[in-house]
Every structure is written in C-alpha cells, then in structure tokens.
Design a protein around this ligand. Sequence first.
Ligand code: SF4
Ligand code: SF4
Length: 434
Amino acid sequence: MSKKGNELYEEVKEKIEQLNDKDSVYSKFRDIWKLASLGKYRSFDLRYFYEDTSREFVEEHKEHLTKIREDFVENIEEYVKKCIEVMRKTNKFKVYYTKTNEEAQKIFMEELGDNKVLYKSKSLEAKDIGIIDVLKKNNIEIKETDLGDVLCQLFDYKHPSFTLAPGVQFTEKEIVAKMKEKYGIDVDAKAEAIVAYYRKNYRPELLNDVKVSLTSANAIAANDGSIILVENEGNISLLTRATEKHIVVVGIQKIVPNVFDALIVAKIHERINSVDGAYISFISAASNTSDIQGKRVFGMYGAKEVVIIFVDDWRIKAAKENLFLKDILKCIACKSCDYVCTASRAFGNIYASKYGIGAINIVRDYIHNGIEAAVKDGLFLCTGCENCTNWCPVGVDLAEIMKTLKKEATEKELCPPSLKEYKDKIFRDKNPFI
Ligand code: SF4
Ligand code: SF4
C-alpha cells in the first residue's frame, strides 16, 4: 500500500470512528438518513396515493426509459446538435455549447454581468460544473431558495448532504435556535412555523428582487427545445418567472428525444422519490406577448431572457471512446439509488463527496478529481451488493462502475490494508477461505 493510500485510509477510518459518538456530525446524519432512506424505499411497496406503487410505475416505464437513454448515448452528437438548433430557432433561447467546465464558468460570469447577487434553485450541476466555486471566488452573493439549502446556509453546513433534502438532518429545535442566533427572532419549534416565517419574509424578495436566477433542468426535449423542471416548493416557478434573466446550466446528458419522454422522466423523478412534485414546468420560450398589433415583444411578466449553457466536458468523449463512464450518461439524476445502497445507509455522509452523498457523487468526484478523491470519499466502503444497479430506472450499472474504480485504486496501491492482505492471500493460497 502506498503512503498516499495509507493517508486516505486513515482519513476515512477516522470519520467512521466518529460514528460511535452519537453527537458527532456523522452519526447525526447517518441516523436520520438511515430512517429516511428506509422510509423512502419501503413506501415503494405501499399504495398511498396512486393505484399502482411507485415501483410498478418505474417498472412500467423502465424498458422504454432505458432504450431512450441508450439511444441518446449512441447518438449523442446528433441529439445535441438538433436540440441546440431547435432552441435557437424555435424557442429563441440564447444557447451556448461549452466544451469544458472552465468555458461554461467563463460564459456564466459574462452572462451574470455586473450583478453581485445570484438567486438559485437546488442545482447539483452548478456545483458539478464548478459554477458555485467561481461565484464564491468572485464574491457573488449566492441566495439559495430551496428551504433545505437555505437551512444549510443558515447553519453554514459544509458536510455532504442528500441533494433532495439537504437540510433533513436539522431538528426543529436546532433550526429555531439558529434563527434566534442569526436573526434575533423567536419562532415556534414547529415545521409549520418555520415554513410560515420564510414564506412571509423571503417570498416577497423572490417575487420582487431577482435579476438573475440559476437553475438546472431535469430534462430537455430535443424535438422542441423545452426545458423541464420538477419541484415541490414553488421556488423554481418563482425563479424562472419573477426574474429578468433565467440561466440554465446543464450537462448535455439531460437531453431526451421528445417532450413525452421528458414528461416520463419528470414523473419518474416524482414517483421514485415519493414526493408530491407539486409543479412540473415546461419552459419553451422567454415571457412574451403579441397582444399589441400582433407584434411579439419579450419580457411581459416572466423572464425577459432565457440563457442555456450546455456543458460537454467529459461526456462526448466517454460516449465516443466507449469509456467505462459511458454508462453514467444514461443517468437521469433521480438520486434514488442512495436509498437502497448498503454503504450509504451504514455510513451516511461519510460515503460521499463534496457533491453530495452516495456512489453517484463519488463517481462525480472521480471524474473531476481522480481516483484518490474517490478513495477519500469512501470508495472501498461500497460492498458491491448491486442494489443500485437493480434499482436504477434507466439501467445504469453503478455497481460495475464502482468495481472498475476499485480496480484502478487497487492497481495504484490505494486499497485499504485489510483488503490488500485479502488480495495477497487469494493470490498466494488460491483460496480466500483457508
Ligand atoms: S444511477 Fe442512481 S441517480 Fe442515476 S438514474 Fe440510476 S438510480 Fe437515478
Ligand atoms: S454496489 Fe456499492 S454503491 Fe451500489 S448499492 Fe451496493 S454498496 Fe451501494
């Protein structure tokens, strides 16, 4: 084992040891996450709101979804080209295609212009593409709008969290105590009272003050250029309407063949995560009116301008050169593989990267920062159980990808000592059991 391997091993081990302390940041997250993920997973087998279970819904569409994702990956360049053409010609969006994350960051800053405040919805891709780091570097104030993210900002929470509910680890009591400390106000330690506070005090700002907003997209339809966004809070609806400029930063893998496929992806997001997706938005143009003499004028009540920044970075290369990461391009980022993941349930936000919890975010870290980053994120905590692969609604073989990463790490002498001993034993004795 290399010196670096040993350092990374000790780092992961130290975090795991903290799980024995019930007040540590890791055990607090792990305990709530274990409950949440079990609840999410089990609810798929119950008939709460619909006639079919969520799993039945997923199974009904899995074959079609897998087929369209495979078709996209095989014909990635054609889909991207077609989508951009339609968006420019029909939707009148301002569209950029960027080859690298750095290029996307530069264009984003140009589009932001002199604005010093940016309002954003939850956007893993903004983090992934490095937009958040660049905003911080340039002292741009980032205003989160998803309540979970607002709470993470309130607590200055720096640890990885669950993308769909990033504030799930804070108790009502902790939240109101923090509100008292930061805002000097008394709020009842009840979820309803906390929500009412933000509705009364933050919502007017979202309705009146937003000049530039940032969102990602859950899907983008290649045939008509619509941007599809799913949400339950209504913050995305406000951000995409009550703004002057709406910027969408998105990886090209979010493109699907048509609006019907985009709708299925949106519904899968809702159902597989057992959330009441209160709103699904299809944005097909900036706000406009033709009510005066039939003359089309942009910027009626909604966004005056919609800007799309597509990011390629590693994606076309992975598809064209048949790299092992090619399979990840099928991912629709539903994040639900975390619920069934044995490592995620056991280790919570120790099995995570700076992008968020779970294997998919470890792969993300590998793509941007290499194998050492993945080992540091707990790569070897993956048990190889294959639950993720069996669960995925679009057939991503995440377990196989994790296996490939472990192989690379092992070849580079980065695997933990106990596994190294086990490996040596197999090679020496030709039998792991004696
Ligand atoms: S890999 Fe995970 S996040 Fe991606 S589509 Fe499959 S289940 Fe969803
Ligand atoms: S194979 Fe690894 S990543 Fe997949 S569910 Fe099992 S422990 Fe999690």
